[in-house]
Design a protein around this ligand. Structure first.
Ligand code: HSE
Length: 324
């Protein structure tokens, strides 16, 4: 018998990774969204529809109109492209805070697509879902950047070589590498955070940033963590966005003093991530970053863990995303 419902977990993601604006990202399983999708047969004589049953968790005030919601909109397009004779009812449990720079809109799209795909008579390869997830990103932020959606869907450190046609490349990572992700209780809308960036950049800045991107990728392939630490610096976007994040420089300094390999803004902020050599170091860095925000009077949540190798996946029950 065909499956009638499926639940997918879609992890939070760190986009940009300091050196790869709009093209590099990775997921973290410690926090994410859980999306339940039910297959709904239309009443006789009516068209199949995609509806939102509800949203709960850490965010509940998302658009109820399925055409404007990042979980349902990609399913409307998927259903229409495939000419499916049935529709979907979608429920979203948000573990990812709104406008946090943790890939919340991508996770809702990817979670919904992953669950809906499991209900298809012939599920699509995961890569084929990416173009639909990008439609959700465009709806949320006005630009179809894929550095949250691709790693959320595919897992691992993901480099987007091209959006048209979509081509995502998995970059290997040293096994020991650990992530710290800290979310100050502030919202930063991706549209405004993108809006402050200049349309054109000096050649000198391009050369400096591209040399660090190239050496970061080389360090990932060779496992050279010292090279990775020297490479993980953003002179392009971070200086322009840092003023939007309270106490950003104190938090970054605290992470580096606690031994982090590097520390920068997660996606469009205000969350901040750090990369570390071990679990112990990640825990020290997490505490140092949280203490710096605490000292600035900004409450925060924080998580640590390895980069998720699997990305979004089907799960039968349970809930992820409880902060440390
Ligand atoms: N690359 C995007 C940006 C990520 O920095 O605007 C948004 O989550």
């Amino acid at each position: 018998m065909d499956k009638k419902s499926a639940i997918a977990f879609a992890p939070a993601t760190v986009a940009n990774v300091a050196v790869g604006f709009d093209i590099l990202g990775f997921p973290l399983d410690a926090v994410g969204d859980t999306v339940t999708v039910e297959r709904v047969d239309p009443a006789p004589g009516t068209q199949p529809t995609v509806t939102l049953a509800g949203t709960d968790g850490v965010v509940s005030n998302l658009p109820a109109d399925p055409e404007r919601n990042t979980a349902t909109f990609p399913l409307i397009r998927l259903r229409s492209d495939l000419g499916l004779p049935f529709g979907f009812r979608v429920s979203v449990r948000k573990g990812i805070p709104l406008s946090s720079g943790m890939g919340g809109s991508a996770a809702s799209s990817v979670g919904a697509l992953t669950a809906a795909n499991a209900l298809l008579p012939e599920p699509l390869p995961r890569e084929d879902l990416l173009k639909y997830a990008l439609m959700g990103e465009e709806l949320a932020s006005g630009s179809p950047h894929g550095d949250n959606a691709a790693p959320c869907l595919l897992g691992g450190l993901t480099l987007l070589r091209s959006l048209d046609p979509v081509e995502a490349i998995r970059i290997p990572l040293p096994e020991a590498l650990r992530v710290v992700l800290v979310h100050p209780h502030r919202e930063l809308d991706t549209r405004s955070s993108r809006g402050i960036l200049p349309r054109e950049l000096p050649l000198k800045e391009y050369v400096a940033q591209s040399s660090r991107l190239a050496s970061f990728i080389a360090a990932c392939y060779s496992g050279d963590l010292d090279l990775l630490a020297r490479s993980l610096k953003d002179s392009l976007v971070e200086p322009r966005r840092a003023p939007l994040i309270p106490a950003f420089h104190s938090v970054q300094r605290a992470a580096l003093q606690a031994g982090a390999l590097g520390c920068s803004i997660s996606g469009s902020g205000p969350s901040v991530f750090a990369l570390c050599r071990s679990d112990d170091q990640a825990e020290r860095v997490r505490r140092a970053m949280a203490a710096a925000w605490d000292a600035a009077g900004v409450p925060c949540d924080s998580w640590t863990g390895p980069v998720s190798r699997s990305g979004a996946r089907i799960q039968e029950n349970g809930r992820a995303g409880v902060p440390a």
